[in-house]
Design a protein around this ligand. Structure first.
Ligand code: MG
Length: 364
């Protein structure tokens, strides 16, 4: 089989009601999507946080055999394409391989540990509303009512906002729901520790990205000072970026994003490194239906960490924010039922792309 063509789509979904995390306000959702076409009549879809340059694609992907995914990964990396760009190509190659073998992607990755994945609702952003606490409490209750047993709230807006609202949401949802917070790197070490000590009283599942993404020493400081799991690394772009973070065990949980960290191929290497160092892996997911599908196949295959009668949940990040490229791009969308998501069963990624929706949100 030979790759005959690679189409790239720069997509953007304009958000109707902008929302904020500790770092920025989101007004659009932008993603790179690729479609790889082969001479066997099979094509595959991939997504990346960015797209590789056309020259890198023409020189290193077109004309190659999709089963040579390691060779293609290395060639793109050598050509200077970062993990986010390589991811778009790599995920499409795995989609093609699954379709060629008529197997779901998880089967190519060694088999599913689980066919259903517990999801946590990601939402609870800061919005332009008169009373943040009331809005957050209502939103959190709506997720609990929808059946979610876990959710995540955005913090990083300063001690007053964070401490007050985390406590209010915890009171509203009760003690039985897993509750994580995410500062999106908005704090320095000292502030993260001070705010973290107060928020920890609300029995948190983890404190995500308290500080800058690559600050290994800083994460060690924060982790040692706080009696709460520290997570992060959604922005790290390949195994070398993860190496020290994992070896120093600077985080309790790493959260590689398959569309940032170099795709499925690189994800497995990062996971192997984390497993050897007893660091948990919980994927980051904030993208289109393609990223959601790829993340589901990875989640199907990640072993319990550690193996136990009541293992720590290997959770899907289920993005509740507004994004038609997640909810409408697949003709067979991946949805939760009472906070649980079934692993896609079709060949490859197991999703069919709605070309009308793709065209509607393609900007280049
Ligand atoms: Mg995050």
């Amino acid at each position: 089989m030979k790759i005959t063509e690679v189409k790239t789509y720069s997509t953007s979904y304009p958000v109707k009601e902008p929302f904020s995390n500790g770092m920025r306000t989101t007004r659009e959702r932008a993603f790179g999507i690729v479609e790889i076409i082969t001479d066997a009549g099979i094509s595959g879809w991939g997504e990346g946080a960015s797209l590789p340059a056309r020259r890198a694609i023409d020189n290193n992907v077109v004309g190659k055999n999709p089963f040579d995914y390691e060779l293609i990964w290395s060639a793109l990396n050598y050509a200077g394409v970062d993990g986010a760009g390589i991811a778009a190509i790599d995920i499409a190659l795995w989609d093609i391989m699954g379709k060629a073998l008529k197997q779901p992607l998880y089967a190519l990755l060694g088999g599913a540990v689980r066919q259903n994945v517990q999801a946590y609702a990601t939402g609870l952003f800061r919005r332009n509303v008169p009373d943040h606490t009331v809005a957050l409490v209502n939103e959190a209750k709506s997720y609990a009512d929808a059946g979610f047993k876990a959710m995540k709230m955005k913090v990083g807006f300063g001690p007053d906002y964070d401490i007050k609202n985390v406590a209010a949401v915890r009171r509203a949802i009760g003690d039985d729901i897993l509750f994580a917070v995410d500062a999106n790197c908005a704090y320095d070490c000292g502030s993260a520790i001070a705010v973290g000590k107060e928020m920890a009283k609300s029995n948190l599942l983890w404190f995500e990205e308290p500080i800058a993404p690559d600050d290994v020493e800083g994460y060690l400081e924060v982790k040692r000072a706080l009696n709460i799991r520290i997570s992060g690394a959604e922005q790290l772009r390949n195994r070398w970026a993860f190496r020290r973070m994992i070896q120093e065990r600077a985080m309790d949980i790493i959260q590689p994003d398959v569309c940032v960290c170099g795709g499925i191929t690189e994800y497995r290497k990062i996971h192997a490194m984390a497993s050897a160092n007893h660091v948990r892996v919980i994927p980051h997911m904030f993208g289109t239906a393609i990223r959601l599908a790829a993340s589901m196949h990875l989640l199907a295959t990640l072993p319990d960490q550690p193996r136990a009668h009541e293992p720590f949940p290997t959770l899907l990040e289920y993005d509740m924010s507004e994004n038609a490229l997640r909810t409408e791009l697949a003709l067979n969308p991946i949805v939760h039922k009472h906070g649980v998501v079934a692993v896609p069963q079709g060949p490859g990624l197991g999703i069919d792309i709605n070309r009308e929706v793709l065209q509607k949100y393609t900007v280049g």
